[in-house]
Design a binder for this molecule. Structure first.
Ligand SMILES: Cc1ncc(COP(=O)(O)O)c(C=O)c1O
Length: 340
């Protein structure tokens, strides 16, 4: 089979060799199931080092599952969570939040994928406090966002401050938290200050499969433990998910992988700029949204390994193993088809 690397998604990539080695090492003998194993214990310790002493990590199968479990943990059954219209929870998780989580989502517009207190406020102001309406009780924001932008620490502080002021909880969809932290040069814990519960991505950053819910408010931990099982997200052979996450968090592999993906996205943006093509949104993580004339979009998607995003845009996402040659090959195809 020909080896190729494209830009359709960062989950089209393979597994980082250190993660594969960790899986092989975890494949020795028998250990207790459902998380009572030494790999999960070591991961719990490491997660406290990385996310803070109050953190508890719960490995899950995927990002949708992490979001579904995490958001249930911060809502009562009569509550709603407020999300941007671009959020993955709204657009790309089918009815999982409703079907599995029983979650009502209220949407607000964004600025390049980002929520702001001003954009969130109307969703809270509209609530009249009666039993007839769902109570907005939490916000969920993605870091980095679905449009490849990244909240600064100041922007995040404004959001968590706003939520506190409204008596609301905060969920961070960190499917690409590592890319945001690598971009900002922060630790993962620093980026989650003021957050109650986090979905932490592994699959898009070099794992075979596996994401996690990280609970930062200890009062929520028991609920998440039970909700993970009740939401069908508890693996019996959990050691294999935990061993991968442990490899990612050890020796900052998360940062190394994310920084490489980010650098490839930067290179792509740079090469496009030389062609006179400006991305639709600031390139602040590992995704580049490239404007494409609607009449050539079908050809672009047929000939280049990118995702059709909307009628006039394709999305190119770099991975931990994207090379300069991969970027050059994509740019050559785009130059042929979309050069202004
Ligand atoms: C912002 C965001 N959240 C969550 C996910 C997790 O999705 P999945 O359930 O496919 O792992 C993704 C994947 O595309 C994503 O982009």
């Amino acid at each position: 089979m020909t080896v190729s690397r494209g830009f359709v998604s960062d989950n089209a990539s393979g597994v980082h060799p250190r993660v594969l080695a960790a899986l092989t090492a975890a494949n020795e003998g028998h250990v207790p199931s459902y998380g009572a194993d030494p790999f999960t214990a070591a991961l719990r310790e490491r997660a406290r080092d990385v996310f803070g002493a109050d953190a508890t990590i719960f490995p899950v199968f995927n990002g949708t599952g992490a979001n579904v479990v995490a958001v249930q943990a911060i809502l009562q059954r009569w509550d709603a969570v407020v999300a941007t219209v671009e959020s993955h929870m709204v657009n790309d998780e089918s009815t999982a939040p409703q079907l599995v989580g029983g979650t009502r989502i209220v949407t607000v517009p964004s600025e390049a994928g980002k929520a702001t207190p001003e954009l969130l406020a109307p969703a809270f102001d509209a609530y009249d406090g009666t039993v007839h309406h769902a109570r907005p009780a939490a916000i969920t924001v993605a870091q980095s966002t679905e449009l490849g932008t990244t909240y600064t620490l100041g922007e995040l502080a404004a959001l968590t401050g706003f939520a506190r002021g409204r008596g609301a909880r905060v969920h961070l969809d960190g499917a690409r938290l590592s890319n945001a932290a690598a971009r900002l040069g922060t630790g993962l814990g620093e980026l989650t200050a003021g957050v109650d519960v986090l979905s932490f991505g592994g699959t898009k950053n070099g794992l075979l499969l596996g994401d996690a819910v990280v609970v930062l408010d200890p009062a929520l931990a028991e609920g998440v433990d039970r909700l993970r099982k009740a939401s069908a997200q508890l693996a019996s052979k959990l050691r294999f998910v935990s061993a991968q996450l442990l490899a990612l968090l050890e020796d900052d592999l998360w940062r190394e992988n994310a920084a490489r993906a980010n650098a490839a996205a930067d290179l792509l943006a740079e090469r496009l700029a030389a062609l006179g093509v400006a991305p639709r949104y600031p390139v602040e993580a590992n995704a580049v949204f490239v404007p494409v004339p609607p009449d050539v979009l079908a050809r672009v998607v047929a000939e280049a390994p990118v995702l059709a995003w909307d009628a006039g845009t394709v999305r190119a996402v770099a991975s931990f193993d994207t090379t300069e040659e991969d970027v050059d090959a994509l740019v050559a195809t785009l130059a042929r088809l979309v050069r202004p």
